[in-house]
Design a protein. Structure first.
Length: 443
């Protein structure tokens, strides 16, 4: 009978530079010998192992080994009385080697080659707590090679996490958003300005289609467009941009920002879609059409990003004569927050300001209390914001929000869709947490 002790912690997995011999005869092994064998069955108190020559042996164990059926393990002979009684240890598996073995098998089960590039991609998927199954791996490989150049792993993980369809268009719009965080506002501004300066009949048809639902712009042929391009430009901008603190505007942020934003996005999407339908139906050729398609892409992209974090580009104006601006809003999602009301909701707002450059504020809000952490472009701006912090605290108090914490620091980089949540777990904390892995394994 063969006995063994499983997973002794002090046993070395495989001494560097030392070859592991193939077993010729199990009964001839001496104390200190090591050999590899494949675990084929694990039952209470018994483990069945297949040797490289195809023979099997069953060993009795007092504890459940840290091994998986179908996994190769390393054994160390402790005692052999050469009368049929052998005592051995199953050495504790190297976690890195074990993970690599699982990833290799997952790639094979997906019908993919086990290359260094595919292993690195599978490892990135695993490290981001995504399932390492055939469907995910195939989608990941599609995104990685959808363009002429290889897509970086962080972009692939983002598209997988937000469950974007496996289409090259998903990757293309992500790249546009990363290159142009003002993509939505910039294109809306160019549409408004291009149409306002164009007195052609085609431009007038497009404007009528845009304003079909606006009472101030009846779409009948008797409507008289403003003679001054500036007036028409202001009307178009007011139509396209979210008006903040303007009670006369038909669209403005409500006490629930999400509902206000959704209403705004729906109105812009429907307006642009009507205009594009008119352009298609009447075979109108106008440079604004391409900008409108980009606007629709950006809105569909933002609608899709709601699994791990919600993302909003917010083009806005603070008054009818003000130049349009754009902010970015990132709302972070966490399953633990959803199940625990005591956990604060978190978001980050990013804004390009005229006087201070880019300003980002990370917000943690619980009930009527909020903590705000500002990240600013330079030390001088940090001092300016710090000096005026009492004004901010008072303004929030007037909105029934108590500031529980406030900080200002120089930014170490621009926050993007691919950035980790500020104030989240650092790498050391993540390593301490138990991870749940899902594999597509066949044994």
């Amino acid at each position: 009978m063969i006995n063994f002790d499983a997973n002794l912690p002090n046993a070395p997995a495989n001494p560097p530079g030392e070859a592991v011999p193939e077993v010729k005869n199990l009964l001839d092994l001496r104390p200190g010998d090591r050999f590899k064998a494949l675990v084929t069955d694990i039952k209470l108190g018994l483990v069945t192992v297949r040797l490289p020559d195809g023979s099997f042996f069953t060993a009795r164990t007092r504890v459940l080994p840290e091994a998986r059926i179908g996994e190769e393990s390393l054994f160390l002979v402790k005692e052999n009385d050469f009368k049929g009684q052998i005592k051995m240890e199953m050495l504790k598996p190297d976690p890195v080697a074990r993970q690599s073995g699982m990833l290799r098998e997952a790639l094979r089960n997906a019908g993919l080659f086990v290359t260094e590039e595919n292993m690195n991609l599978a490892r990135a998927i695993l490290e981001n707590d995504l399932p390492v199954d055939a469907q995910t791996l195939l989608r990941a490989v599609f995104f990685k090679y959808a363009n002429q150049t290889e897509t970086p792993a962080d972009r692939v993980v983002f598209l997988l996490r937000e469950n974007f369809p496996a289409e090259s268009a998903s990757l293309q719009i992500l790249e546009k958003i990363l290159r142009q965080p003002d993509l939505l506002g910039k294109n809306l501004l160019q549409i408004a300005d291009a149409l306002a300066g164009d007195k052609s009949p085609e431009a007038r048809e497009i404007i009528r289609a845009l304003f079909t639902s606006e009472p101030d712009f009846p779409p009948d042929s008797s409507f008289d467009f403003p003679d001054e391009p500036k007036r028409l430009q202001n009307l178009l901008r007011k139509h396209f941009f979210l008006m903040i603190n303007n009670s006369d505007s038909p669209v403005r942020v409500k006490p629930s920002p999400a509902r206000g934003l959704n209403r705004y996005y729906n109105e812009v999407y429907e307006s642009v879609s009507r205009a594009l339908s008119e352009i298609t139906a009447k075979a109108i050729k106008h440079p604004a059409a391409e900008r409108m398609e980009t606007v629709k892409e950006a809105l569909r992209f933002m609608e899709q990003t709601d699994k791990h974090r919600e993302y909003f580009q917010i083009p806005f104006m603070t008054g009818p004569q003000e130049e349009p601006k754009q902010a970015e809003l990132f709302v972070f999602k966490d399953a633990k927050r959803a199940s625990d009301p005591a956990k604060p909701a978190t978001a980050l707002i990013s804004l390009e300001t005229l006087s201070f450059g880019r300003a980002e504020v990370y917000i943690q809000k619980s009930g009527n209390e909020a903590r705000l952490d500002f990240r600013l472009t330079d030390e001088e701006t940090v001092k300016t914001f710090n000096a005026n912090s009492p004004k901010l605290t008072r303004a929030l108090r007037e909105k029934n929000i108590t500031v529980s914490g406030l900080s200002f620091q120089k930014s170490d980089g621009v926050f993007t869709l691919l950035s980790p949540e500020p104030g989240g777990q650092n790498d050391a904390q993540k390593k301490e947490l138990p991870k749940r892995f899902t594999f597509d394994m066949r044994v």
